[in-house]
Design a protein around this ligand. Structure first.
Ligand SMILES: Nc1ncnc2c1ncn2[C@@H]1O[C@H](COP(=O)(O)OP(=O)(O)OP(=O)(O)O)[C@@H](O)[C@H]1O
Ligand SMILES: [Mg+2]
Length: 241
């Protein structure tokens, strides 16, 4: 496996109890790159993420992270090894200030509030709006700003792999573009990003790699720069036609 491969998922199988949802998913995330995982509603995107983060049991295939098989590791070990997961529809703590929300995100690092001052500052540099509003309750921010706060919270754990499940959900198109731009800027910090999206065009525009799944199987995988609209349409609608 090449040095810069951070996460390699091969032939993943998982589901809920006896229900098989993910039957054969493979994808790769490299350091300093964004892999976008696409697929229609119910295709198994969130379920794939739950297996990668250890919330769902893997019943077949492998999850190899930083060169080691993590297939059966519990979620807390994956967090300790630098996986950070912003779940679908993630809510921040509305009554707490922006800064308090960020400090909570650093909790897993077991650092003191003082030691977290620098990481908090780094988040403010990435997302200036959070710095401007640091002392206000999170409820005072727009949906897009709250999504940035949720991402900032995840970054406080200093992840090597950031996993985002539909950060654009419920946001106006112009705000989606802004969130995608911020996510794009994050990749330049050297971390790997696995981004699940429904906003196909906006997410492919910032991606290095694209993987499309349909009914729990990878049906298309490749470089974002070489994948065409036709490829995407065939992957989305091919098997349903
Ligand atoms: N907790 C659960 N228990 C049983 N079945 C579930 C559970 N969560 C999801 N499923 C089923 O698994 C399948 C895949 O769901 P999943 O949430 O992974 O899809 P998704 O690709 O993330 O969809 P969306 O784009 O709507 O978020 C669906 O058929 C869904 O009904
Ligand atoms: Mg989902």
């Amino acid at each position: 496996m090449s040095e810069d491969v951070l996460l390699e998922v091969r032939g993943l199988q998982t589901g809920y109890g006896d229900l098989k949802v993910v039957r054969d998913v493979s994808l790769t995330v490299r350091r300093g790159e964004i892999t976008v995982l696409l697929g229609r509603n119910g295709a198994g995107k969130t379920t794939t993420l739950r297996a990668i983060t250890g919330l769902n049991r893997t019943t077949g295939g492998d999850v190899v992270y930083r060169g080691a098989a993590l297939t059966d590791a519990p979620p807390h070990r994956r967090v300790a090894e630098g996986m950070s997961y912003v779940q679908e529809g993630k809510r921040v703590f509305h009554e707490l200030t922006i800064e308090q929300n960020l400090l909570l995100g650093g909790y897993s690092t077991k650092k003191s509030k003082r030691a977290l001052a620098d990481p908090v500052q780094e988040i403010y540099e990435l997302f200036p709006i959070l710095g401007e509003k640091r002392a206000l309750p999170a409820a005072s921010m727009s949906g897009g700003q709250q999504q940035m706060l949720a991402i900032g919270q995840a970054l406080m754990a200093k992840p090597q792999l950031l996993i985002l499940d539909e950060p654009s959900q419920g946001l106006a198109p112009v705000i989606v573009k802004e969130v995608m731009e911020r996510v794009h800027a994050l990749r330049d910090t050297g971390i790997g990003i696995l981004l699940v999206e429904q906003a196909v065009q906006d997410s492919v525009a910032i991606a290095d790699q694209v993987t499309v799944i349909e009914m729990g199987r990878t049906v298309l995988s490749g470089l974002a720069s070489t994948i065409t609209v036709d490829d995407l349409q065939a992957a989305y609608f091919g098997s349903a036609a």
